[in-house]
Design a protein around this ligand. Structure first.
Ligand code: NAG
Ligand code: NAG
Ligand code: NAG
Ligand code: NAG
Ligand code: NAG
Ligand code: NAG
Length: 489
C-alpha cells in the first residue's frame, strides 16, 4: 500500500512490496481461448503466482517493443505500474545481500516505442518505507494475452525494491499527485478506454496458501470461484474527502470460533475502517484486538522478529476467525487456522521455540498482527479466503467466501460501463457507524484453539516466559532481511 499523509508514517509492515527470493513459480495463460475472450471486449484474465513466504502475488507481463519479460507484484493498495530500470543500482550492484532484479527489469534503450513523459516525476513510497523514484514513461504493455498501447508507467531509476509493481487502485492514489499534482489513466482505466473490458472493475481470487496460482480477472467475475452469494458493500471515502483513494471498507466485527466457543474480539479503536490490500502479506488490526486474537490462539509477540508468532502446528486446529463487514447483516468471511500460520523462511528448517510453553515446536508467523493506528490492513492472509470484486465506477466491493482450488470457470462480464457487479446483492442496513467500541465476549474459544487431540496440547500462552526463538541464522541472511523490512542498501 502506498504511503499517504493520512497513513501512519513508518509502521513496520513485514514484507509489503518486497520480493527477494529466487524460487518462484510463474504461470502465464496465453492460449487462444483467452485471446478470444478478450477480443470480445469483455474480460482480461491474468494468472497470478503465489510466492508464499514473501506473500506476494506476481504477474508476468511484457513491456516495450520488442517485448521485455518482467514479473510484477499485484497491489490493490497502490495505483501505479512501475518497472525497475535495468540501469538502477539495485539491479546492477549484485552482491551476496542483493540478488539483483531477478524478476526482470526494463531497458528503455532497447524499446523502440519508449517515450519518456515525465522526468523525475515518478516518486512512490510504500507504507513500509520502501520506495522507487524516476521518470514516467509510456510504452506498450502486454498482459494476459492483450496489448495496451501507450500505458503510462513509472521507471524506477533509484529504487529500494528489486521488483516492480502493478498497482490497480484508484487514479486518485497515483504517485503523480505528489509531484505533478495530476492523475493519468492507469491500467484498469486504460483497459476500459481501449475497450478490452466494459467497465473499470476486476475480481481477485488468490486461492489457498498452498496453491501456487490464483487469478485477477479484469472486467468480470467468475461464479465458480466463490461459495454462496456475492454481497456488495460500499467503499468508504476518507473523512473530508470527496474522492475515493483506496479500498477502504467498514470492518464491523471480528470473531474467533473454535470447538470450545465463539468470541467477539474487543477494541476501543472505534468504528474500524480497513483497507483490502493485496500488496500486504499479513493482516493488521488495532493493538487491543490483535492482542486478543493472540490470546485466543496462544500466539506470542517476538521482539526479535517484531512479529506475533505461533507454533506452526496451529494450522491443524479446527477453528477460524470470522470477519464481518458493513453492519451486522453484512457479508462474513471465515479464515481458517490453516491460512493463518505462515512459514518464516523458505528452504531450510524452520526455527524452533527454544524455551517457553511451545519449546521444541516449529515457529510460524501468525496471520494477524498489530499496528499502532489506521490504516488497518486486510492483506493476503485475509484475502485468500475471499473472492473479491472491485468496482471502481460504482465504488463498491462485492465479497464472498472463496472456493478453494476450484478448477471450474464461469466468467460473467460486466454488461457495460457503470453496470452493477453481476450476481451480487447489496448488504442491508449498511452504515458507517458500527459499534464505537465493542467490549468483546471473553475467551471461550481459547481452549479449543490451544488443544489438539492429535498432538501434545499446547499450553496456554498466558503463563510462562515469552517465546525465545533460535535458529536465526538459518536462511536468514537473504530472506530475513526482506521479511522483516531491513533495507537492502
Ligand atoms: C519471455 O517469456 C516467454 C513466455 O513466457 C518465453 O518464451 C521467453 O523465452 C521469455 N523471454 C525472456 C527473455 O526471458
Ligand atoms: C502515446 O501518447 C503520446 C503522449 O501522450 C502521444 O503523443 C502518442 O500519440 C500516443 N501514441 C499512441 C499510439 O496512442
Ligand atoms: C488446495 O490445493 C493445495 C495444493 O494441491 C493443497 O495443498 C490444499 O490442501 C488444497 N486446499 C484445499 C482447501 O483443499
Ligand atoms: C463461518 O463461521 C460461522 C461461525 O463462526 C458459521 O456460522 C458460518 O456458517 C461460517 N460460514 C461459512 C461460509 O462457512
Ligand atoms: C505490537 O505489539 C507489540 C507487543 O505489545 C509491541 O511491542 C509493538 O510495538 C507493537 N507494534 C506496533 C507496530 O504497534
Ligand atoms: C434492515 O434491512 C431490512 C431489509 O432491507 C429491513 O427490513 C429492516 O427493517 C432493516 N433493519 C434495520 C434495523 O434497519
Amino acid at each position: 500500500m502506498k504511503a499517504s499523509p493520512l497513513a501512519t508514517a513508518g509502521i513496520a509492515l513485514a514484507s509489503a512490496a518486497q520480493a527477494q527470493v529466487v524460487q518462484f513459480d510463474i504461470e502465464k495463460r496465453d492460449g487462444p481461448l483467452l485471446r478470444d475472450l478478450s477480443r470480445r471486449a469483455t474480460t482480461v484474465n491474468g494468472v497470478l503466482s503465489n510466492q508464499q513466504v514473501q506473500g506476494g502475488y506476481f504477474l508476468n507481463v511484457e513491456v516495450g517493443t520488442p517485448p521485455q519479460n518482467i514479473t510484477l507484484q499485484l497491489d490493490t493498495g497502490s495505483s501505479d505500474v512501475w518497472v525497475p530500470a535495468s540501469s538502477a543500482a539495485i539491479c546492477t550492484e549484485v552482491s551476496q545481500r542483493n540478488p539483483g532484479c531477478t524478476f526482470g527489469s526494463f531497458n528503455s534503450d532497447k524499446s523502440s516505442t519508449f517515450v519518456d513523459v515525465g522526468q523525475g516525476d515518478f516518486d512512490i513510497t510504500y507504507v513500509d518505507n520502501t520506495f522507487s523514484k524516476g521518470d514516467y514513461f509510456q510504452d506498450d504493455f502486454h498482459i494476459g494475452g492483450v496489448t495496451v498501447s501507450n500505458l503510462t508507467m513509472g521507471l524506477g531509476l533509484d529504487s529500494s525494491i528489486a521488483n516492480g509493481l502493478i498497482g490497480v487502485g484508484y487514479v486518485n492514489d497515483e504517485a503523480s499527485l505528489g509531484t505533478t499534482r495530476s492523475t493519468y489513466p492507469n491500467l484498469p482505466v486504460v483497459l476500459q478506454k481501449e475497450k478490452l473490458i466494459n467497465t473499470v472493475a476486476y475480481s481477485l481470487w488468490l486461492n489457498d496458501l498452498d496453491a501456487s496460482t490464483g487469478s485477477i480477472l479484469f472486467g468480470g467475475i467468475d461464479t465458480e470461484k466463490y461459495e454462496g452469494d456475492l454481497t456488495k458493500i460500499n467503499i468508504l471515502r476518507a473523512d473530508n474527502s470527496n474522492v475515493f483513494t483506496e479500498f477502504a471498507v467498514e470492518l464491523y466485527e471480528v470473531q474467533a470460533t473454535s470447538p470450545s466457543g465463539t468470541d467477539t474480539l474487543s477494541t476501543n479503536a472505534g468504528t474500524l475502517v480497513a483497507v483490502l490490500d493485496s500488496g500486504t502479506t499479513l493482516t493488521y488490526l488495532p493493538q487491543d484486538m490483535a492482542e486478543e486474537a493472540w490470546k485466543e490462539v496462544g500466539a506470542s509477540y517476538n521482539e526479535e522478529f517484531g512479529l506475533a508468532v505461533v507454533p506452526c502446528s496451529i494450522r491443524n486446529i479446527n477453528g477460524h476467525f470470522s470477519f464481518t463487514f458493513a453492519g451486522p447483516q453484512g457479508p462474513k468471511i471465515n479464515v481458517s487456522m490453516a491460512e493463518l500460520a505462515l512459514d518464516l523462511f523458505s528452504g531450510g528448517p524452520a526455527p524452533k521455540f527454544s524455551s517457553g510453553p511451545n519449546q521444541g515446536q516449529s515457529v510460524c508467523e501468525f496471520g494477524i498482527q498489530n499496528t499502532t493506528g489506521a490504516p488497518y490492513l486486510l492483506g493476503d492472509t485475509f484475502l485468500r479466503s475471499a473472492f473479491v470484486v472491485y468496482d471502481l465506477v460504482n465504488n463498491e466491493i462485492a465479497i464472498a467466501p472463496t472456493s478453494f482450488n476450484s478448477t471450474k470457470t464461469n466468467v460473467v462480464a460486466f454488461a457495460s460501463s457503470g453496470a452493477p457487479i453481476p450476481s451480487a446483492t447489496s448488504a442491508p442496513n449498511q452504515s458507517k457507524s458500527g459499534p464505537s467500541s465493542s467490549t468483546g465476549s471473553g475467551l471461550s474459544a481459547a481452549s479449543g484453539f490451544q488443544s489438539n487431540d492429535n498432538a501434545a496440547p499446547l499450553t496456554s500462552a498466558f503463563s510462562g516466559p515469552g517465546a525465545i526463538v533460535v535458529g536465526l541464522t538459518l536462511g536468514y541472511t537473504l530472506l530475513g532481511s526482506a521479511i522483516f523490512g531491513i533495507g537492502w542498501l
